[in-house]
Ligand binder design. Sequence first.
Ligand code: NAI
Ligand code: AKG
Length: 389
Amino acid sequence: MYRIKALNKISPAGLSVLDQSRFAVSTDVENEDGILVRSADMHEYVFPENLRAIARAGAGTNNIPIDRCSEAGIAVFNTPGANANAVKELVICAMLLASRNVVGGAAWVKDQAAAGADVEKVVEKGKSQFVGPEIQGKTLGVVGLGAIGVQVANIATKLGMTVWGYDPFLSVDAALSLSRMVQRANDLETIYKNCDYITLHLPLNGDTRGMIDASALQMMKSGVRLINLARGGLVHDDDLLQALESGKVACYVTDFPNNKILTGRNVVAIPHLGASTPESEENCAVMAAQQLRDYLENGNIRNSVNLPALEQPWSGIARLCIIHRNIPGAIANITKVLSDDNVNVENMTNKSKKDYAYTVVDINAKIRDDVVDEIRALEGVLRVRLLSH
Ligand SMILES: NC(=O)C1=CN([C@@H]2O[C@H](COP(=O)(O)OP(=O)(O)OC[C@H]3O[C@@H](n4cnc5c(N)ncnc54)[C@H](O)[C@@H]3O)[C@@H](O)[C@H]2O)C=CC1
Ligand SMILES: O=C(O)CCC(=O)C(=O)O
């Protein structure tokens, strides 16, 4: 029985992937084998000895200490694309909210009613203060052309916008999905200087933290509208507050409000609702649970952010799953331990991702615990699991 801890509310459709006869899922299980998580901050999380995998039902993994997981031989999964449509739809909404001051207008109407005014009369008099431009004919800059950015860029062309996209690491899949109407920018400056609307769709990491700072804002068009449904940390709050105050930024719509940014003028704050649709929550939960199950039961890896993709059909009665450093001699050392003990390898796959590698070995005979321990003790080996079929 595998023990799975859910650190956030996970859609029941996802939980149903984990058959109750083999998986015990709860919020308070101890020494868990796997974790299902959405946005819970895991940076201070103490890993129990048994923990083998963390599945993030969502895209961003900045809430998970990836390096610490890798060193502990814990696979981290996410669910690329599973919530992209939900975010795309909210970005369209955000662009309109950034333009038409629906939020300000709606609050004003309620205030009028509360103050005893005849609302039908005052709306016609007062509405001019909420005038805002159309998005058709304007220029949109999309920073990050992954699962979400591509969808946003493509649909914006259909809304009559001129669209620029920037992504220095554009994947082949994303390039193939991107509309030919979207112009590729070679640098951020092109986006900053040319766009009336800028929307962020890239991960928060050491390179991107605080990228929207005074120097970036200075390059932008006066009255630019900034949409951030990616992560709050991409923006330097103090610099943005100044730009809002001066009117350089006409509106900032964020899915990641904090107390500081909420003090700014023309800030539309959404409580992290980008992926909060039943469809997206279900997609993410199902995908995360399937990946977690396949890893725990079969050692297969799909959509891991710290380990290579590897899927091997079973061809023996037992399977060794070895996470190790990506160093010369690692595979030779493993096969030597096996051959010294007369263990015949039926099938074997090795894949690497940056500093880490993963080797799956199928064998058709029982293997002694001390042989597994010998592999565990090899230089660079981080985690060994023995699965049976
Ligand atoms: N508000 C919400 O509820 C949600 C927010 N997100 C956020 O949106 C981000 C993007 O999500 P997806 O599109 O699904 O991820 P993705 O991984 O498919 O796309 C991210 C893209 O950003 C690009 N990128 C990386 N560094 C870059 C840089 N320095 N400059 C420009 N592009 C760069 C990558 O090459 C990749 O194409 C996530 O990392 C997450 O932080 C994602 C889903 C829901
Ligand atoms: O689970 C959620 O609601 C957060 C989604 C998100 O931010 C992500 O997928 O990166």
